[in-house]
Every structure is written in C-alpha cells, then in structure tokens.
Design a protein around this ligand. Sequence first.
Ligand SMILES: [Zn+2]
Ligand SMILES: [Zn+2]
Ligand SMILES: [Zn+2]
Length: 293
Amino acid sequence: MIKFTLIENSLDSIELGMKHLTKANQEGDPSSYKHSLLCLFHGAELILKEILVLIDPITIFDKNSLFRYCKTPLKPTTEELYNCRSLDIAGICSELKKHYSGDFPKTSIKALQDLAKERNKVQHFAIKMNPSNILNQLLKLYLLLIKPAYKIRIEHKKSNEDEELPAGLIGERISEFENSFLNIKMEDGFHRGCCAKCGHFTFFIVYENESYPIYCACTTCNYEIKGKEGYDYFQCPECDNGSLVYDPDLKAGVCVAYKCANNLEGETVEMEPCASCSGYKIEKYCFQCDTET
Ligand SMILES: [Zn+2]
Ligand SMILES: [Zn+2]
Ligand SMILES: [Zn+2]
C-alpha cells in the first residue's frame, strides 16, 4: 500500500501559517502576511490532495506523467510515483468538481483559484499586499476549503480507526488553529455574528460583491447557510434589512445582518411557509396573502 503524509504536513503548514497570520494581524508586518499566505495555501493544497487520495491515490497525480513513468499507470508502485508530477491547482479544482461537488460549490472553487493567483503574485512578483484583502481571502480559504476538507477527512477516519493519526488528535489541532482565526481582527469583507443554532459568537458571514452573504458558517456547531440567492432573502421585522432567510431545519427565519438585534442574540424570527402561496408568513403575516384591502 502507498503511504502518504499529506495530512500531517497539512496540519504543520496551517499551524505555521496561523502563527504568521496572528503576527501579521497584530503588527501589520508585510512579510508575515506573505508567509501566512504561502503556508496556509500550501496547507490547503495538501488537505485537498489528502481527500482526493481517499478516492484513489492516483487521483492526485498528473495523468500524463503516470503514463510516462509507470509500467501499469493505474496500479503504480511507490517508487514510480516519486517520478510523477502531482496535480496543480487547476487539476485539483477539476477533481474536486468531479468527486466532491456538493462539499465544494462554485464559490469555493473560485476562492481557491483567486488565492492561487495571489500566491503566484507573491511568489514571483514584487507586489504590495493589501492586508484587509488578503485577510478576507484567507478566511474564505479556511471556511470554504480547509474546514470542509478536514471534515471529510475526519468522517472517513471514524470508519478507519486503524490509522496512525487518531481522529481525536486531528480534531484537537484543528480547533487550536480555528481559535487563532477567531481572534483575528475583522475587516470589511466579512462579519461575525451570533449563531442562531448554538448561540456562540462564532457565526461568520462572508460577503463578496453582493448585497447578501455568499456564505455563512458557525465554526462551533458547523451550522451553515450557503447557496442562497438574493430572492431567498426577506425583510427582517427586527432590522428592516432584506437579510432574513428561512431555515427548514430550525423551522424559523435567520437574520444574517450582523448588527441586527436578533443576530446579536442568536435569536430566530418566527417564520413559516405560507399555506396559501409560495411565500412565507413572517411573524404570522404573509405579504402576498394578508394585504389589507
Ligand atoms: Zn453554531
Ligand atoms: Zn434582522
Ligand atoms: Zn401567502
């Protein structure tokens, strides 16, 4: 069997990246920003390869080089794989789309591609990084790629407990660097609110050139709001913003405006699908059916 150390190396890289990021955030030092980007990106690349290895080890190798260097390309030896080129980011993106499209929707793939471009810029060109822009992209990298990839890995591990690195230990190391993320000073592109499900102040709201969030996630309980469009949001009775979204599991409305009192207290809004139309009753009132005449 072929042995990889992708997960260990990924954890090491992310831990180092978080140290640089904390320093960068405290001291505003450009070289720490650069190192945090390089380490965190590398860590993401490794954990994404790790979950592709779960499908089949050869998934992470470039097909042409497998055919060039291996006698039986679909069953290569470890020794032969040492000669093979592994996938670049474009290759990783297309394999993720193929095998894990539910876990990594379009917004996730785009975040990875955008950051790959930033990584290339700092590696090869003398550029000045904009700290708030880089922070925003790193947070997206974490929430949209690193976190779900580790989740896949840990779930797989539970059914394969014979492996060397116990799932519990991986979990501990993850929550450690997640904590450092929580202490990073927030900038404009994302906000933190209170989770409507678990009540912790660890509900990240990520915007990207849209008036509504592209992604929301709680790092404590993994509660997520994703894949919503503008028309999924309704006017919140508490703050009047078009920031209320119906959650079928909570059977209630969740306001994602981070300044809204409901969000700040982790409270939901009374909301249910309307029995008479395709809309919703918000605090017992449907804007389509209950208009006064
Ligand atoms: Zn939560
Ligand atoms: Zn609100
Ligand atoms: Zn109605």
